[in-house]
Design a binder for this molecule. Structure first.
Ligand SMILES: Cc1ncc(COP(=O)(O)O)c(C=O)c1O
Length: 370
């Protein structure tokens, strides 16, 4: 059996065509595909503004810079998530306030957010973990009630829908919400390296675009009016992104098929539980996480799959497991994160997986862990 990768980009003739077009045009840094990509993404998502960025990590960095956060400002985060958003907060010296994750959804436990809000809290950063969804309706209400900014990291759930509305957008005028996604090669929509910010606020959108471009005021005079950097995506990568946006229906259909395949074929295995997803949402998952009884079983399952040419991944680690972040080892807010870090296993979810691949993966799991 050929190796089954954990993640693979879904690119083909259209991406090559647009990429060559961008190359032939000789616009290989800035260029018309960038604006086209942003406009087309806004239309897809149903938001007013999209700002493309050179990666997902910098998408959050730009958002944070645009909010003019001050010393002692606090941001609430889940206690288990991919490291990149946490590193950005840490590098800006923002106080990170971790909240326990729910052991069924693997997401920030919304019941526990309000008691962590202080007079210094500026924002809630919800990071939708492993392709699932935090209880976003409840979290939006908490943000509104407490006059907080809501930042949503939708990298692992890009294109998921809450009824008819894409996760990450809100038309609620009482809420300041900014969402962002990585467009890394492992993500549902990719530009190779890349990121995208979605928002409805023109002032913030203009400010983010300005910080993305060195804080420029008048390029002809080399005149700048605020601090900024270079966070731009190239025209070449935006061209790939434009092609990816044309494949959305194909991508969603295939991801749905893969999710259903795993559910149907693993549901009778008593050793496995699925991530609990909310009703009325259509999920487009980045990975397919499952949870098993203990660390020993989890690691032996990973070894078994890897030995059989299937690359799967363990959970992210609880934030207090990594010493450089400076969280207390015995803080109870991390109890559920520590529980999950030992038990979660993420199965591949990329579009190139065939039915044969899926059957092979499910058979290995079912035959070894009845
Ligand atoms: C949830 C989440 N946030 C942020 C990032 C960082 O994005 P990038 O790798 O594009 O910088 C990733 C993935 O890579 C991610 O999964």
């Amino acid at each position: 059996m050929k190796k089954i990768n954990f993640a693979e980009p879904f690119t083909g003739k259209l991406e090559k065509k647009y990429l060559n077009d961008a190359l032939d045009s000789r616009w290989i840094s800035k260029g018309p595909y960038v604006e086209k990509f942003e406009n087309n993404f806004s239309k897809v998502m149903g938001c007013k503004f999209s700002v493309s960025v050179n990666n997902g990590t910098n998408a959050l960095l730009l958002i944070l810079l645009s909010l003019d956060l001050k010393k002692n400002d606090e941001i609430i985060v889940p206690s288990l998530c991919y490291i990149s958003p946490i590193h950005m907060l840490k590098m800006l010296k923002i106080k990170i306030v971790p909240v326990a994750v729910d052991i069924n959804t693997f997401q920030i436990d919304h019941h526990k957010i309000e008691k962590k809000i202080t007079k210094n809290t500026k924002a809630i950063l919800t990071i939708h973990n492993f392709g699932g969804i935090s209880n976003i309706r409840k979290i939006e209400n908490i943000a509104k009630k407490n006059n907080l900014i809501l930042i949503e990291d939708i990298s692992e759930t890009l294109l998921s829908k809450d009824k008819k509305k894409y996760v990450g957008v809100s038309n609620d005028l009482k809420l300041t919400k900014l969402s962002f996604s990585s467009l890394h090669a492992t993500k549902t929509i990719t530009t190779g390296e890349g990121g995208i910010i979605f928002l409805n606020n023109r002032i913030l959108s203009d400010k983010i675009k300005n910080i993305r471009d060195h804080g420029i005021k008048d390029p002809k005079k080399y005149l700048y009016h605020r601090l900024g950097g270079n966070f731009r995506i190239s025209n070449l990568l935006a061209a790939i992104g434009c092609a990816q946006l044309k494949r959305i229906n194909e991508i969603k259909k295939r991801k749905k098929f893969i999710i259903n395949y795993y559910i149907n074929n693993l549901t009778n295995n008593r050793n496995i539980k699925f991530q609990k997803d909310p009703k009325n949402f259509t999920l487009v998952k980045w990975g397919f996480p499952i949870i098993v009884k203990n660390l020993k079983i989890r690691n032996s399952l990973i070894n078994q799959l890897n030995k059989n040419s299937t690359i799967c991944r363990p959970s992210f680690l609880s934030l207090n497991y990594m010493q450089h972040l400076g969280f207390k080892k015995n803080d109870k807010e991390f109890k559920s994160a520590r529980y999950l870090q030992d038990r979660i296993l993420i199965l591949p979810m990329h579009i190139n997986l065939s039915s044969q691949n899926l059957s092979y993966i499910c058979n290995i799991i079912n035959n070894n862990f009845k």
